[in-house]
Every structure is written in C-alpha cells, then in structure tokens.
Write a protein that binds this ligand. Sequence first.
Ligand code: ADP
Ligand code: ZN
Length: 783
Amino acid sequence: MSQLSFFDAEPMESDTPFQAWKNDEPLLLAQIVFQTGLDGTFDYLLPESLEGQLHPGMRVMVPLGRGNRPTLGYFVGETVKTVDAKLRAKLKTIQSVVDTERLLSAKMLDLARWIAEYYFCPLGTVLEAMLPAGVRGQAATRLTSVLYVDDEFQKKIEHLQKLQRDKKNEPLLTKKQIYVLETLHKSAEPLSTSELCRAAKCSQVPIQALKRLGLIRVKTIRRETAPKPLDAAPANPADSLAHTLNPEQQRALDVIVDSVRKMEHKTFLLHGVTGSGKTEVYIRAIEQVVRYDKQAIVLVPEISLTPQTVGRFKGRFPNVAVLHSHLTDAERSRQWNKIARGEIQVVVGARSAIFAPVPRLGLVIIDEEHENSFKQDTAPRYHTRDVAGKRAALESVPLVLGSATPSLESWHAAKTGRFSLLSMFHRVKGRALPSVKIVDLREAVRAGNTKGAIHRQLHAAIHDSLQRSEQVILLLNRRGFSTQILCPACGNAVRCPECDVALTHHRTEEIALCHYCDYQIPAPTKCPKCDCFGIRYAGFGTQKLELEIKSRFPDASVLRMDTDTMQGHGSHERALARFRSGEIQILLGTQMIAKGLDFPNVTLVGVINADTALHLPDFRAPERTFHLITQVAGRTGRGEKEGRVIVQTFNPDHPAILAASRHDYLQFVDKELPVREVLGYPPYTKMLRFVFRGPDENATKHIAEMFADKLRGVLQELKSGKFRLLGPAPAPLAKLRSFYRFHLHLHLDSDDLMQRVLFQTINGLKTPDAIQWIVDIDPLDML
Ligand code: ADP
Ligand code: ZN
C-alpha cells in the first residue's frame, strides 16, 4: 500500500524560492509516514542541521498541506531520488525531531512494513498500534533542567586559580564551590539543582554562583519520573520450585532448546493435553534463553494474565515485565523503557506484547494459541500468531505455539511440515484426564423434566462434590437473566432497534439490554408491538443460573463471573483468589472461567449448555465448541483427586461434542479437516472478508455489489488460480448500531496474488462518505 509520492498530501505552491537546480539531480530524501488518515509514504528534504540526529523510527514535525500545518510523522527511512527542478521546488523540509531515541528498531520497522502490506493497512496505523499510547505521549517522562560541567571546565578552573594567586585577592572559588564542582564532575549522570544540593550537601547559593561564572551549565533533557510501586503479583515461593521433567516434557524441551542455541527460526506446535505441564516447558526453555543473555516474550490471552500465571514466571525469573490492559499509560511506558534498555528477562503480556522492544530476542511463546483474542479486531487486523512468526523469522529465533486444542490452521501447518509438532499426550504425574458424561437434554424434555437449567444428574454430582468439601465450576456462555423476551400473542421477540438482535433481560437492573450496542429499555411488561400483557421471559443466562443454584444449594457459597460482575479493575483477580482460598465453593460463569485456571480442589465441571456456539452462522462453530468444552473440562482433576465433567446438550451425537467428551483432539481434527477441505474453507484456502456498512440499506448493498463486480473482474483478469467469491449478502449481524451491513467472502487457493488483487481492486475505489468498508485478511469474526 505504501505508494510513493513526491508530494505532500496535496499539490501546493513551492515553499522555497526557485533556484537554478540542475535538472535530474539525485537527492537524498527522508520518507515520512503519518499516523492516521493519510496513506502512503511522503518525501521531505533533510535539513543539514539535523544531520546525524535523525534515525529511522524517530518522529519528526513536518509542514503538511496547503497551510503547512506542523504535523507529527514517523521518519521511516531515506531514499535517493532523481528530482527535476519543478519537483525539487515543491519539496518541503523537516522542521524538527521529536524523539531523542528511536522508538522502533530497524527490525521492528521491517515488521511494521510487513504488517502494513499483508493486512492491507496504512503503515502509520500499524506504527500507532505497535507503540503504546504512553510511549508515544512520552508518559512517565518529563522535561527537566539538569546541570553539567563542560569539557573546558578543568582549564577554566586553572585559569581562575591562576588569577586568584596573581592578584592575591579574596578567593574567587570557595572550598564549597570546588567541592560542588567536583561532585558534579564525578557524577555519572547530569544532576538537577536539588539533586546536586543533596549530593554536595550544600544550599543553592554556591550552585548559582558557579552558574554565573559559567562553570556549571544547564541543559534540558527528558527524564523518567519516579515510578509508583506496582500492584504486581508477588512471586509465589511454591512457584519457584522446578519440577523434574517427565520424558515427554524433556523431549519437547530438548528440541526447543536446540533451536534456541542454534539461533534458528522454527515454529514449534506444542500440543499438550490440559495439565501436561506445558508452562513448565516454557519456563525451562526461557531459562536457557536467559543464560544466553537474551530475552523471551510470552503471549497469553488477556484473561489468563492472572496472578497465578504471572506468579509462576515471577517465581522463576527476577526481572519479569507484565503488560496487561489495565496498566496506566505511565506504567506501560515505564515498562516499555525498561524492556528497551534490556533490563527485563521475560515479557509476559497479551496480544500487543509481541511488539515489546526487547533488544536481544531469544524466544517467543504463544500459550493457548487457538484463542480468538490473539486476533485484533480493529485495524491493523493482525493475528498475533502470524506477526510473531514474522518477528521470530526476522530475528532468527524459534516460536513456540502451545495448546491442548491447537487451531486447525496451526495443526494443518504442522501436518504439512511448516511447523514442527511436539506432542505431550499425558498429564503430569500420571494424573488421569477427567471422565466426561454427556447428558441428553432431549430426553429430559421428552420426560417433561424441563424446569431449570440443571439436570438431575448434574444436581446429584454437585451435591456429592459439596458433601466432600470439593469445588465446582459451572459454565454457561450467556450472560444476563433471560436470553429472550417473547410475546405469545404476536410471536415477536423484543429486539434492539439499532441492531435487530434479541434483547437480553438483566434482572439486577430490570432492563432489556442489547449485547452488541448497549441499547437498553426498562424490562417490558407488555409487548412493544401488540401491547399484549402476556409477555414471556425465556432462555437461560448466568444471572438466572445463579438464582437457581442458590435455591438448589442454599448452604453453598456461589460466585458468578461474567462481564457484568467483573467490571472493576482487579475484580477478576479478587474473585479467583476467593475461589482459590476455598471461600467460594461454586464458581459459575461465561467462557471467562474456562481458561487456564489450575485449582486442585475442583473435582466437578458442569457445562450447562454445550450448544450455545454450535449453531452460529460460522464455519468455525464446531471448532469453537470443541475448544470451549475441552478447555473447561481441563479445569478439573488437576490435583490428587479425580475429576469429572458433565456436559448437557441437545446434540449428544455432534462430532465436536463427542470428541470433546473423549478429550480426543485427533478424532476431532480427523472429522473436521476433511469438511473444511471439501467446502473450501481455511486452512485449505486463503480467506478475505469485506464488510460494507452504511445508514441506508439499498445504497450500502449497491456499493457492495459494485465492489464485488470490480473484484470479480480483477480476479478473472489476473487469472490468479482458483477463487470463490461469495456475496455480497447481509452479514449475520445485518444491522449493527443502526448501520446496515453487507459482507463478501473471498477464498483464494493461494495467497501469491492477494496483494495485487487487493491493490487493483481498491486503488481508485471511491465510496460515498456515509458508506464505510473494511477488509479483514484471515478473518475469525464471521458475524
Ligand atoms: P498445562 O499448561 O499443560 O495445562 P501446567 O504447566 O499448568 O500444565 O502444569 C500443571 C501442573 O503440574 C502445574 O501445577 C505444574 O506446576 C505441575 N507440573 C508441571 N510439570 C510437572 C512435573 N514434571 N512434575 C510434577 N508436576 C508438574
Ligand atoms: Zn443494539
């Protein structure tokens, strides 16, 4: 997309008076990229005054547009171009440099260019995504005046002392002043006035005098402000113990460490069942990395950034930086600078931590690599797995992808030799995977046994666990109280006028809420359409489940975890701490409880409704269902006690549910991959999704159709192998926040020509202002 242009954004009058330039003179030009709005790279003249000060990855101020508005841009490189007089006259000059150090290394700039090209996103937008706001805003730093002695200082003193001797006057320099000068001279860093006062145990008087004599000079630098103590997870002493690896772990470790040592880029897919000790393998591999004086980046889903995970790393390495989304700009910026200075051994963070500026990268790890949250849902719509792969390749280091349920993309890559597969089939210490029982909800319905969400068998199992003072996890992946508000008279469900989806009843506030746009109305007592009073609230959400559990087990302590109860900063961590301590016996919630938790006293996991994701209009629906059930089932039987799982479903014969009930990933992929291949879905095709949205349904549809025609034409012309273009069709969320949405799916059998297809189709594409569109490469969101 980086379209080179000799000009500023718009054609404009010359800034510099015309001079007699030789025609076609080669000129060294600075390439500048802007943050937003302007696509492409723009060329500027480099003033001599900045020579030697400007490095790629620094930001500059440049004049932009007709008004020469001073604008912040990124200096991304230099280019030599042959410029004729007319063009030369139009070029503008960089005004000033903003940063004292480069924000991005050469390799990170290469990575940014790759992301921009692959995801078809302006480079400026990519740079914004790579650099935390706090770093861009220089949070946690401020400009300070500092004192220093200049190089001539010895000579000046000697000169003064000579004067003093000759004239035999009152001493020009007091003992105190000389001591102050020596103190400042010896200091490794420049000191502020108050710091020098402290260091030389003096008042400001001698310092002022020395400034007047020109012996102490003043300059302004940018300094980090003192950090406030972080509320970081403390290292857990128990976590600092290394386990003796079992043979499966040892083998995986040996292979990874071999690549670390050889400094070769390879991607390993570490497929290990839940509780097989993958984290221990990561830690051991990082120990090697640290021994080579290098650093590691560990990426986990945001939801797994619990004190438990973090504590395991902190217990084993002294310098761990944790990058989670609750950091303030200042905290994040401080961490970032520490990382850039090489003071951190291990960076643990969510998605964007892949951009952490570690100076000597040795290894990248992505845990739970199948998680959808590794894909960013705003531009640049990158997948962390692919960006990590690119970064690891640029820096010649291995990448480890870990999961009990690898994404089919990664599995396919391993099967076709792009990734190396490392398998761990057994839980540590010979612990058994929990037995899974499927409860057929259809039978319950036939038996007229439909009261409540908890079937008899699940009730009995919960009862047993509570009797033995063990703990229970219940998964229901729907928040709210009733998931549908129905009118029996007219058959309507109460819907969001902005999004056209059913509203969910939230009982705590007595509202009907849209889960997509937060539209809300007081919970209706009569049908908004036909005024009938017999309105019915149906369907189960976590709020209703909580109520049912409390009435079934009045003596048990119950905690609900979903986005409604986990709003405050730290609430997630506090809730898990209460569960860990045993204060809470039954933990119920949405998928946020399904991931990564390791609680030895949990002996029962109940899946209230395994089908919530099964019927979504998304070809990955079975895969999602399989992941969720397998992951939540893996939360039990992790201690000495055996665990068991009860899965309630209306689809007991569905392959994804059957495979999950057997913890059989291979059975699942053997069924699912051929389906994908036959239907021409990823990982067998390269997929692109285009979404058009606008306030007018027909106009939006019309633009989407025109685009589809153009795209089809380009594809046919380029003869780019086989392709399949579906749509435009209304997106499953056909209306969202009062915008109508249409989408197109493009499947290519190779991605060789993807960039050309996109460029030729999108170049010159004009849509009316009201209609917006996006392209999503390798999309995960089909709604
Ligand atoms: P996974 O990440 O594969 O789910 P973990 O790394 O969390 O598994 O390991 C599960 C539990 O087993 C943890 O409590 C961990 O400390 C422990 N563990 C890991 N490796 C060993 C081992 N070799 N011997 C004994 N316990 C181990
Ligand atoms: Zn809505």
